[in-house]
Design a protein around this ligand. Structure first.
Ligand SMILES: [Zn+2]
Ligand SMILES: [Zn+2]
Length: 232
């Protein structure tokens, strides 16, 4: 077990609280999508996703989510996790790899922790949504190799290897004995974090602490204002 520093508790869940989850590492990338499919499926004017390795998200609620499959305009099927009681959409399977999922940022307990690294399908953005100055945008979808940090691309490779190993193991288990060689090989597969991943976590932790401080300051200002009103 690697002795990496504890990752800050980034948690999220559905509206009614039945389905809860915790992120075990910093997301790989965060993007907002302004496409027509996201308008419909989110019921809002854009969707915001934090992409993360599927095996780095832990379910901590009293019930796992249910899944609904939708087929996008381009024919790609998406499996969307939602709460069986209140219907809140929580995440969908990643577009680029079966080893990742796209968390819906609004389902995080502190959504402001994530800010989109990129806004895609900018051509169908509604006019009154004004993006921050300097925000990265693209027409249509995007290629991860053009926008993801190198450390995230490396983590994606590692996640794919783990995914393939798990697939191999479950196939071996299903077909019974006689797969000893494969299992021994799988045991040796390194899954420890690379130094880059740790750096990424630390960077995220820094960003998290800055946000927390800003929130704290905002709260203090608000209570000062309230006190002043009471005195007046
Ligand atoms: Zn719920
Ligand atoms: Zn979209």
């Amino acid at each position: 077990m690697s002795k990496s520093r504890p990752f800050p508790a980034v948690t999220g869940g559905c509206f009614c609280g039945l389905v809860r989850y915790r992120l075990e590492t910093a997301p790989l990338f965060c993007h907002a999508c302004h496409c027509a499919d996201c308008h419909k499926s989110s019921g809002s004017v854009f969707a915001c996703f934090a992409t993360i390795e599927a095996d780095r998200v832990t379910s901590i609620g009293s019930m796992p989510p249910k899944f609904a499959t939708t087929v996008r305009r381009d024919g790609v099927a998406r499996h969307n996790a939602f709460c069986p009681k209140c219907g809140t959409q929580l995440w969908g399977n990643g577009d680029w790899s079966p080893a990742t999922i796209d968390i819906r940022v609004g389902s995080l307990d502190i959504p402001g922790l994530m800010e989109p690294d990129l806004h895609e399908f900018i051509e169908s953005k509604v006019d009154w949504v004004i993006l921050p100055e300097g925000a990265k945008t693209c027409k249509g979808g995007y290629e991860i190799k053009d926008y993801w940090p190198k450390s995230s691309l490396k983590r994606l490779d590692a996640a794919m290897s783990r995914y393939e190993e798990r697939l191999k193991l479950s196939k071996a288990a299903a077909s019974g004995a006689g797969e000893d060689e494969d299992e021994k090989e799988a045991d040796k597969t390194p899954t420890a974090q690379s130094p880059e991943e740790k750096e990424d976590d630390e960077e995220f932790e820094k960003r998290y602490q800055v946000t927390e401080k800003a929130l704290q300051e905002r709260l203090e200002k608000l209570s000062l204002k309230l006190n002043e009103q009471e005195v007046a």
